[in-house]
Design a protein around this ligand. Sequence first.
Ligand code: NAI
Length: 290
Amino acid sequence: MTMNFDGRVAIVTGAGGGLGRCHAMELAARGAKVIVNDLGGAMDGTGGSSEAAVRVVDEIKAAGGQAIANGGSVSDVQGAKSMIQDAMNAWGRVDILINNAGILRDKSFTKMTVEDFRAVLEVHLIGSMYCTKEAWPIMREQNYGRIVMTTSPSGLYGNFGQTNYGAAKLSLVGFMNSLKIEGARNNIFTNAIAPVAATRMTENLMPAEALKRFGPELVTPAVIYLCSEQAPNGVIVQAAGGHYSVACIVESPGIDLGTDATAEDIANSYAKIIDLAGAKPRNMLQLSQQ
Ligand code: NAI
């Protein structure tokens, strides 16, 4: 069965290059009408022009697809409103929102300024929230919506120099966990992608050999699935160089120590508390297909 997006309208933020460009191109190739948003700034979030988005729109049109460029910033409420408005004015609906825009300001926590921390949260968390907030009432009205958050292994597992980025990326999982519940009865499903890909964000972090193996186009199939009609709800899919897996938060079966447990009891039972034999993911139900 071929996945077709004819009649669907998608917004992909940060789609002027890297992963977002691949997602936008593939959605358009499969029939979706796409708003290609990108602020076109530097990797740390400074500067900006709509050129990057325009270039991707030209590529989509040259391949026979339909797209509109939007140069707004996701971390500015007016920017978020403008991309939803562009979609509504041109095509009258918003079916898919891929929150992909992102910046980096890597530094050890010792050297990181509060501004570096705040700027990264503003783009990833607040930016995803602004865009989702604008799309949400439209998706509810349509009784259909697919939202993809872009999380990261750095948020799920940690990485030196990325306290701001890791906090921002895992906050999107928390955002998704409640959205998946609130959207379900209106057929609005929210999922997260945790990619590894060779883009400008990672070109200085990965060795040249690894860069060759981790093309961003190898992440896009998972994103396309997560914004399709068959999408699950509330799942974190990891995609890296053609390998696909799911990340879950699990709980150990634990031990009942009663109401008068002491810190010493915790220490004595610690091996049992952390024993993951028989552990189950809390989001098991949502992992299965709808
Ligand atoms: P990229 O730097 O090529 O793409 C990010 C895009 O977001 C850029 O085109 C940039 O101009 C745009 N952008 C930044 N701030 C914006 C704003 N305020 N409004 C609108 N657009 C804005 O990097 P890449 O790798 O394609 O990143 C895409 C997403 O994937 C990001 O959220 C990133 O954190 C995430 N990610 C990437 C990984 C990788 O291995 N490349 C790993 C894990 C997560």
